[in-house]
Ligand binder design. Structure first.
Ligand SMILES: *Cc1c(COP(=O)(O)O)cnc(C)c1O
Length: 385
């Protein structure tokens, strides 16, 4: 049984069906299974050939952080003073990598004062800011590079990442100034093609050769996929093995220490969202009490969660999912619609509950109170079925 600080044992539910039967929740409920999170963390730690850190932004809930620490996670990717302080409080012995490549001078000063020793950077101007404010002793700076490779749900390279040529120049300057030189990249979130990592790692070796610098560490980013499509469970082990094999092959004796920073891949599958059907309008489109202004904010960008289950108010399965239907959220904005159509049981009815599995990443954090909706409670379960 996982830790879940702040919640007495009596409030651990058996599964979502029990919550539905007992509470008949009118507002969306996020259900958290600490055991699933710990199991996934152990899979990463055992399988990834290097240090596993957690990207806090994907779900910064205190129970998530504490359960990850209990499972053996010793490092975190943080992107803001808030996240730096959060991890400082919840996991005071953990490493914090400040891997948001653009920061204000005030943010840099906050991080230096908090003892941050690992930074990423993707431009000359931001590197100069670090040189001015961060003492080099024991400090790692990792140029972040990008490649035009497919595989992810959307393109991360449109905002961050230097070209390999610029990354080589930055790496050389980092080493010359006495900082620990490392490299990093992010293949893009929900990256289901392991070949993306292979190509990035090969380019990392080329950057090191161009710079004439041996990177101490190579951080292969997040992007590890969670289970979003019914019947298609991602094969993390295959990705881990390819990363290890490729690094050994292209770097040889000078292989850097590997680091990864999954967000979604660690936390998503440990949560489900219980939503309720407000209306089946004239037997056609379904209106839920949660939507893209709530905990499903990322779906229009990344695509639907396909692991959908419909239960009656008695907690019984409504039946096999049938033809696709248009699904709307509760607000008055017409943008508040899940992409495309979602396969739901033919006899779905007002008052039913629609459970979206694998919904722990980028859901709580992007929930708004638009139109007065967005009330979202969190309950703990032992299992999802
Ligand atoms: C968002 C982010 C991550 C986590 O990405 P996932 O796709 O959720 O694994 C890791 N590293 C950096 C620098 C990020 O910005």
């Amino acid at each position: 049984m996982g830790l879940d600080e702040g919640q007495p044992a009596a409030t651990v539910w058996d599964n979502p069906a029990e919550i539905i039967r007992s509470l008949q929740p009118e507002h969306p409920v996020l259900v958290f299974a600490p055991d699933v999170l710990e199991q996934r963390a152990r899979e990463f730690i055992a399988g990834f050939p290097g240090l596993v850190t957690y990207a806090v932004k994907s779900n910064p809930d205190a129970a998530v952080i504490r359960n990850l620490v209990a499972a053996g996670i010793t490092g975190f990717d943080v992107a803001s003073p808030f996240e730096i302080d959060l991890i400082g409080r919840l996991a005071p012995h953990a490493a914090r990598h400040y891997h948001n490549p653009v920061r204000s001078r005030a943010e840099i000063a906050h991080a230096v004062a908090a003892g941050i020793k690992a930074w990423s950077v993707d431009s000359r101007s931001e590197l100069d800011k670090l040189f001015q404010q961060v003492p080099p002793e024991g400090c790692e700076i990792s140029p972040r590079f990008k490649l035009p490779v497919p595989g992810a749900a959307y393109d991360f390279g449109s905002k961050f990442g230097a070209t390999p040529e610029l990354a080589a120049e930055l790496l050389r300057e980092v080493a010359a100034r006495g900082y620990v030189p490392s490299l990093t990249f992010h293949p893009g979130t929900q990256c289901t093609d392991p070949a993306a990592w292979e190509q990035y790692i090969r380019t990392a070796a080329e950057i090191a050769a161009m710079a004439g610098v041996t990177p101490r560490r190579l951080n292969v980013g997040g992007g590890f996929p969670s289970w979003r499509v019914h019947g298609v469970e991602p094969d993390l082990r295959a990705i881990f093995e390819l990363i290890g094999r490729t690094t050994a092959r292209v770097f040889g004796h000078d292989a850097p220490v590997l680091v990864c920073e999954p967000g979604r891949g660690l936390c998503a599958d440990a949560f489900a969202i219980i939503t309720r059907v407000k209306a089946v309008r004239d037997g056609q489109s379904v209106f839920l009490n949660d939507g893209v202004y709530g905990s499903m904010n990322e779906l229009p960008v990344i695509g639907n969660l396909d692991r959908v289950e419909v239960l009656t108010p008695q907690g019984e399965p409504r039946g096999e999912n049938g033809p696709g239907r248009v699904v709307f959220g509760p607000t008055c904005d017409s943008v508040d619609r899940l992409p495309g159509e979602i396969s739901l049981p033919e006899n779905i009815a007002e008052g039913d509950y629609v459970i979206f599995h694998g919904a722990g990443a980028y859901s709580t954090v992007t929930n708004t109170r638009f139109n007065g909706f967005g009330e979202l409670s969190q309950l703990t379960v032992r299992r999802f079925h």
